[in-house]
Design a protein around this ligand. Structure first.
Ligand code: NAD
Length: 338
C-alpha cells in the first residue's frame, strides 16, 4: 500500500532530490502539490502523474482537509515557514513530514509538536542522514565497540552560499526565513551527527562565531561558527560550519582503539568510510542506498503501523534548543549548560 504525500514548496530540494526519490518508495507516492506558482505546479503535476485538481496554492492549502488522497503533508519551505504550515496541515487532519531545521525557535517547535499531538497526527523531521546506509553503519560500529571507548568527535559542514547565483540561497541569508546562518542550515548536520554517533545528549556547549559584516551575505546571518559539545560520558565533540568555504561535509569519531571517518558523510549520493587503528587504514565497502526514499517510506510506515517516527518533532526541537545554546555561548563567550 502507498500513502499519498502532498509536497508543499516546489523549490530546489523538493524538485531535484525528493520528488524523483518517490519512484524508489514502497509506501509513498505524490498525490498533491502546493505551490505559489501555478505554471510550475501544473508542469510538475503532469510529469509526476498528479491529478490537476490536487494542486493547491498557499491560500487555499487548508482545503486539503477535504482531500482523502492526501495522508501526509511534506513541508519543503524555508524554515521560517515550517511552523505555520505544519500547524495548518495538522489542523487539516494530515500527518506531517517537515524539513530540517525544524523551525526558527524552540517555541515554534513546541507549537508544531502540540498541534500534531492535538490532531492525533504524526510529526517527523526529515533528518535524511539518519536513514543513510553509511551513517547507519558508522553508528552500528560505534555501538558494537569497534572503535573501543569513544573519546572525541569532529564534524565540519561548509559551502559557499551564493544568493546572487542560486535562487535557493536567497532565503538562506535572511534571518526571518532562515532563522540563522550556516549553523541552522548545515551546522545542524555536524550537531545531529555528534548526537547520533555518541547516542548521548550534550550537557554543555561552548562556541565562537565570525562573520565579515562588510560581506553582504552576512548582514543578517552568521558565517563561520565553531562549537564544542560535552557529553555525559566525557566525549567531547568539536564541530564547525561555514558559508564562505568550499564544500565540506565530513565527520570523524575517535575511540581509544580506532577512528572512523566519513568523508563525505552527509552527501546526497556519495559517501566514503575509512577506519584507522594501530595496524593502518582500511576502507569498508558499504552499498550506497536511497536515503530519501528510505526516509519517505519510514514516514509512511509510521503512519500505517501507528509508530513514533525515528526522528520525531522532539528530535528537531532538541537540535533547535542546542542551536540556541550555541548562539548564546558565542554571544557571551562563555560555556552554556544545557
Ligand atoms: P528553495 O528556495 O529552492 O525552496 C523553497 C520553496 O519555498 C521555493 O519553491 C519557494 O518558492 C517557496 N516559498 C514559498 N513561500 C516562500 C517565501 N515566503 N519565501 C521564500 N520561499 C518561499 O530552497 P530549498 O533549498 O529547496 O530548501 C527548502 C527546505 O528544504 C528548507 O527547509 C531546507 O532547509 C530544506 N533542505 C533540506 C535538505 C536536506 O538535505 N534535507 C537539502 C536542501 C534543503
Amino acid at each position: 500500500k502507498k500513502l499519498g504525500f502532498a509536497i508543499v514548496g516546489l523549490g530546489k530540494y523538493a524538485t531535484e532530490q525528493m520528488m524523483p526519490a518517490f519512484k524508489d518508495c514502497k509506501h509513498a507516492r505524490i498525490t498533491a502539490l502546493v505551490s505559489g506558482s501555478p505554471d510550475k505546479a501544473r508542469k510538475l503535476a503532469a510529469e509526476y502523474g498528479v491529478d490537476a485538481k490536487n494542486i493547491y496554492s498557499y491560500q487555499n492549502f487548508d482545503s486539503i482537509k477535504d482531500n482523502p488522497a492526501v495522508d501526509v503533508v511534506y513541508i519543503v519551505l524555508p524554515p521560517g515557514l515550517h511552523a505555520e504550515y505544519t500547524i495548518r496541515a495538522a489542523q487539516a487532519g494530515k500527518h506531517v513530514l517537515c524539513e530540517k531545521p525544524m523551525a526558527n525557535t524552540p517555541e515554534e517547535c513546541q507549537r508544531m509538536i502540540e498541534a500534531c499531538k492535538k490532531a492525533g497526527k504524526k510529526l517527523m523531521i526529515a533528518y535524511r542522514a539518519q536513514f543513510e546506509p553509511f551513517n547507519l553503519d558508522a553508528i552500528e560500529r560505534i555501538r558494537k565497540g569497534e572503535l573501543g571507548k569513544l573519546r572525541m568527535v569532529t564534524a565540519d559542514h561548509g559551502r559557499q552560499v551564493q544568493p546572487d547565483k542560486d535562487q535557493a540561497d536567497t532565503w538562506r541569508v535572511q534571518k526571518k526565513l532562515a532563522g540563522g546562518g550556516s549553523l541552522m542550515d548545515i551546522g545542524i548536520y555536524s550537531l545531529n551527527a555528534a548526537r547520533y554517533l555518541t547516542g548521548e545528549e550534550p550537557v554543555e556547549v561552548t562556541a565562537q562565531e565570525y562573520s565579515d559584516k562588510s560581506d553582504p551575505r552576512f548582514k543578517e546571518v552568521e558565517d563561520v561558527i565553531h562549537f564544542t559539545l560535552r557529553f555525559p560520558s566525557g566525549v567531547l565533540a568539536s564541530c564547525t560550519s561555514a558559508y564562505s568555504i568550499e564544500g565540506v561535509k565530513r565527520y570523524r569519531a575517535y575511540g581509544d582503539k580506532a577512528w572512523l571517518d566519513l568523508d563525505p558523510a552527509t552527501d546526497y549520493y556519495k559517501h566514503q568510510m575509512k577506519i584507522g587503528d594501530k595496524d593502518g587504514e582500511r576502507q569498508p565497502q558499504i552499498k550506497e542506498g536511497n536515503q530519501f526514499a528510505a526516509e519517505l517510506d519510514h514516514m509512511a510506515e509510521c503512519v500505517m503501523q501507528n509508530k513514533t517516527p525515528k526522528t520525531p518533532g522532539e528530535e528537531g526541537l532538541r537540535d533547535i534548543k542546542l542551536i540556541m545554546a550555541i548562539y548564546e555561548a558565542a554571544r557571551k563567550g562563555k560555556p552554556v549548560r544545557v
